[in-house]
Design a protein around this ligand. Structure first.
Ligand code: SF4
Length: 233
């Protein structure tokens, strides 16, 4: 696994390749982002963004969702898939917000994951993007890309989150996740496009030819992880 200094350098190179990385979910309040993130399971952000304007117009806050008619709610979100489960999750989450937090979204990991249907990844998305609390969501893209490069070494999202957050300053956590997600969508796909990758010079999978990465033989110059500096005493 990379050292913290190597990880920071590789993330900087990826940030340059994907400047301005941010969540692609559209929202105007923490509650809307919480709803959109729950809806984004097993579907695309574009699909969620197509459904949420009508949903938010009819159910603008936790009180409205908590008292929603299930059939009407399901109808508004059916294009996002798994709509019955998602409707139940939204109502349970909203009822939890109303009962425990007066309808507001709490800025705390512990309080968020205590809500029905809210996992650590969803909580980190909302904390990092809408509540100003650093969070590093680990989705399937972050998991795949971080392991390939050698920024992390685990198939457990919580372990990968700990490994990445240990290497990066808190202010970089959310943008690091957004950057790795974009890299996973655009370049380091399940079948990776290594010839377009800014960090192939420092990528463990590329060096070893693992994970379907192209062989390193004709690589053009690309970002390399820095050599660890001698420790000051
Ligand atoms: S070199 Fe290939 S495997 Fe490594 S991060 Fe880039 S695209 Fe992914």
């Amino acid at each position: 696994m990379k050292t913290a200094a190597e990880s920071r350098a590789l993330l900087r190179a990826l940030e340059q390749q994907h400047p301005g990385a941010d969540t692609e979910l559209r929202y105007s309040t923490p509650f809307e982002l919480l709803v959109a993130t729950i809806l984004s399971a097993q579907t695309t952000d574009a699909g969620v963004n197509a459904a949420t304007p009508a949903l938010f117009a009819r159910y603008p806050d936790a009180h409205a969702v908590a008292n929603a008619d299930p059939a009407a709610l399901e109808h508004l979100i059916h294009t996002t898939g798994f709509f019955r489960q998602k409707a139940r999750a939204l109502v349970g989450m909203a009822q939890g917000l109303v009962e425990r937090h007066g309808g507001a979204v709490p800025a705390s990991m512990e309080a968020l994951v205590a809500l029905p249907g809210v996992g650590r990844k969803t909580a980190n998305v909302v904390l990092g993007h809408a509540l100003g609390v650093p969070g590093l969501p680990v989705d399937r893209h972050v998991l795949r890309v971080a392991n390939r490069i050698g920024l992390a070494a685990s198939d457990d999202p919580e372990v990968v989150e700990r490994q990445l957050t240990a290497a990066l300053p808190r202010r970089k956590w959310t943008v690091a996740s957004d950057t790795l997600i974009l890299h996973g969508r655009r370049v380091c796909k399940p079948k990776p496009l290594c010839d377009r990758c800014a960090v192939r010079g420092g990528c463990d999978a590329f060096a070893s030819g693992a994970a379907g990465a192209a062989a390193p033989r004709k690589a053009a110059p690309a970002a390399r992880a820095p050599r660890p500096r001698a420790r000051r005493t």
